[in-house]
Every structure is written in C-alpha cells, then in structure tokens.
Design a protein around this ligand. Structure first.
Ligand code: SF4
Ligand code: SF4
Length: 71
C-alpha cells in the first residue's frame, strides 16, 4: 500500500514512561508494525509496514501513543 506524502510524514511516537507494556496496541495493529523492547514496552519496530491508521493510539488505554507530524 502506497502512503500519501502527508501520511509518510507521520511518526508513531510511544511515551515509554506511560506505557505499561499491556500489548493492546501490538495486538490491534493491522500491519504488525509494533514490537516489544527489552522492557516489554511497545515500540515502532517496522515503520515500513505501518499505514499510519492511528488504531494503536486510539486503543492505548494509557494515551501513550501519538502520531506526530515530522516536518
Ligand atoms: S497499548 Fe499503550 S500501554 Fe499498552 S503496550 Fe501499547 S503503548 Fe504500552
Ligand atoms: S498507525 Fe496503524 S499500522 Fe501504524 S503502528 Fe499504529 S496501528 Fe499499526
């Protein structure tokens, strides 16, 4: 799937201070773009697979994920 230029500028940012490693975002990501770091917290492992849908941010109960526009 080809992303629009606008979407390509979005980065999935995960606040590791707020992440409690529940794994919900990882389960709901339709593209399996998220992984777990050494502390079991979520991280954006495969940006190339990510379609910037925002589901991870919507599902995180701790509001630890944001899609931020990179200029
Ligand atoms: S849903 Fe939120 S709290 Fe749970 S692993 Fe993902 S970023 Fe962390
Ligand atoms: S924006 Fe969508 S595709 Fe990208 S990591 Fe989040 S849920 Fe997965």
């Amino acid at each position: 799937m080809k992303l629009t230029a606008d979407k390509q500028k979005l980065k999935v940012c995960i606040n590791t201070s707020w992440c409690k490693a529940c794994g919900i975002c990882i389960e709901f990501c339709p593209k399996k773009a998220l992984g777990r770091d050494a502390d079991d917290k979520a991280f954006w492992e495969h940006p190339d697979q990510c379609i910037r849908c925002g589901i991870c941010a919507e599902r995180c109960p701790d509001l630890a994920i944001e899609l931020i526009k990179e200029e």
